[in-house]
Design a protein. Structure first.
Lengths: 369, 95
């Protein structure tokens, strides 16, 4: 090696070609009923599900045009009897495989089979630090204990573990305790995910919405926890949308970095995209994944930043946040092209503050098929 | 980097479970994949990382690279150290 240039491994985002991640929703069946589930209200029935052979083809196509990570998810992927086969197919295609599971529906035996099939990573969510509250939020008695057992087993096998903490009014004051729980499980990563209001979470918004005071305390607490645990565990966190100044770069830009395949094979730019009227989605049963990514009307609807109105059109952040979330813009302003009203520069920003001020103590409308 | 703890000759560097080096035709080269993170690995980094199997010692890896690329051992040792220490700090490698 006589090269003068430095030997390198460099962070990728700007130099790799899109897309990078595939969310494979293997099923919408799930034993839990979390009131903020990111699946759409119109859950897809079991008899529409793609079979393992089709997923195998999808994974091969994905790898061929540059996808590197696949997230095996759902619903609850563990309800698929052919989950291990599907994971093996993903591995055969050369994809990095992440299992996103509720912990309920995956036995110790299946976990071991997945490990042997080459699974790279596991992600489990925790609803609260307290079992009673956690099970109430999940709408499933025993969920807390099952998640704990699965996490322990994954780590025992040597799999890296991410714990996902979905934060909202019912648990926002126990972030510290939830982080301690994740540390106790020997997670290598924690995602602190404040609820985002689409689909089921939108239905339950008033029951989930934290107060502004709770949010500002939580943001400070998370910063302190990140400092305290730096070097020991990675804590990824984002300020909740409705209390932010600028919008999130939703899915890394529409049709830019990732794609979702639903259980029936529909391909979406993001999990909430079906909430925008007038979009035409294509299905892997009829088109190749590359064709869908490049040519489907839904993927092209909001690609790039040229369609954005002011204030985005001349904003220096245009290529950082892409004007925020299209689905949120549609849900709150009625116009999917508008600046995401989460942005303080949006003419509709006051509406976000109005919505953020509504808290109701009422029972959850649990996610059910 | 000033004073750095050198890597022991008998250390056996390896990618931990959950971190994979793979070649992607579509991405035009080697990539290092980790949970929610992706890194591009240039051709030389890839040659080094391919040898980090948890069985070869640091000294043996350096020897192998020096022979394969017909380059001075001290230079290789410095390059490899720098790469591996950087990755270990990001928890992408175990020494």
């Amino acid at each position: 090696m006589t090269a003068e240039r430095p030997v390198g491994v460099t962070a990728s985002e700007t130099t790799l070609h899109a897309p990078l991640g595939l969310l494979a929703e293997l099923t919408h069946r799930c034993p839990l009923g979390c009131p903020y589930c990111s699946n759409p209200l119109a859950l897809e029935p079991r008899d529409d599900e793609l079979d393992a052979a089709t997923w195998s083809r999808v994974f091969q196509e994905a790898a061929a045009f540059g996808v590197l990570h696949v997230h095996l998810s759902g619903g609850e992927p563990g309800v698929r009897r052919d989950l291990v086969d599907i994971a093996a197919h993903a591995r055969e295609a050369g994809l990095y495989t992440n299992l996103i599971t509720s912990g309920v529906g995956i036995t110790t035996r299946t976990m071991r089979d997945l490990w042997e099939a080459g699974l790279d990573h596991v992600q489990v969510s925790i609803q609260d630090a307290d079992a009673v509250s956690a099970d109430r939020i999940a709408g499933y008695r025993g969920a807390f204990q099952r998640k704990h057992a699965l996490a322990v087993e994954a780590v025992r096998l040597g799999l890296p573990l991410t714990i996902n903490l979905v934060v909202h009014r019912a648990n926002i004051e126990r972030i510290g305790a939830m982080v301690d729980l994740a540390l106790g499980l020997k997670a290598s990563r924690i995602e602190i995910a404040h609820v985002q209001y689409y689909g089921w979470a939108l239905k339950n918004r008033a029951a989930l919405m934290p107060t502004a005071d709770q949010v500002s305390r939580a943001v400070a607490e998370v910063e302190e926890l990140r400092r305290k645990h730096h070097g020991r565990i990675v804590i990824d966190a984002v300020v909740p949308d409705y209390h932010a100044r600028f919008p999130k770069p939703c899915v890394g830009g529409w049709g830019r970095r990732s794609l979702n395949v639903t259980p029936s094979g529909r391909v979406l730019p993001c999990h909430a995209a079906e909430s925008i009227p007038g979009l035409e989605f294509w299905n892997v049963r009829e088109h190749s994944l590359a064709d869908i990514w490049t040519n489907s009307p839904a993927f092209n609807a909001f690609r790039g930043t040229d369609f954005l109105p002011e204030p985005c059109a001349t904003c220096e952040r245009r290529e950082l946040d892409f004007g925020g979330c299209r689905c949120q813009a549609f849900l709150v302003t009625g116009d999917a092209r508008a600046t995401d009203p989460v942005c303080h520069l949006s003419p509709h920003h006051a509406r976000i503050a109005e919505l953020a001020a509504v808290q109701e103590d009422k029972p959850y409308d649990y996610r059910r098929m | 980097m000033d004073a750095v703890v050198p890597i022991a000759d008998d250390a056996k560097p390896r990618l931990p479970r959950g971190v994979r080096l793979t070649h992607s035709e579509a991405q035009g080269g080697f990539v290092l994949l980790a949970p929610e993170r992706i890194f591009k690995a240039d051709a030389i980094a890839a040659e080094i990382l391919k040898r980090c199997t948890g069985e070869a010692t640091f000294a043996a890896i350096v020897d192998d690279l020096a022979t394969t690329f017909n380059a001075p051992r001290e230079r290789i040792s410095a390059d490899v150290s720098k790469l591996l220490l950087g990755l270990a700090e990001k928890k992408l490698l175990e020494l």
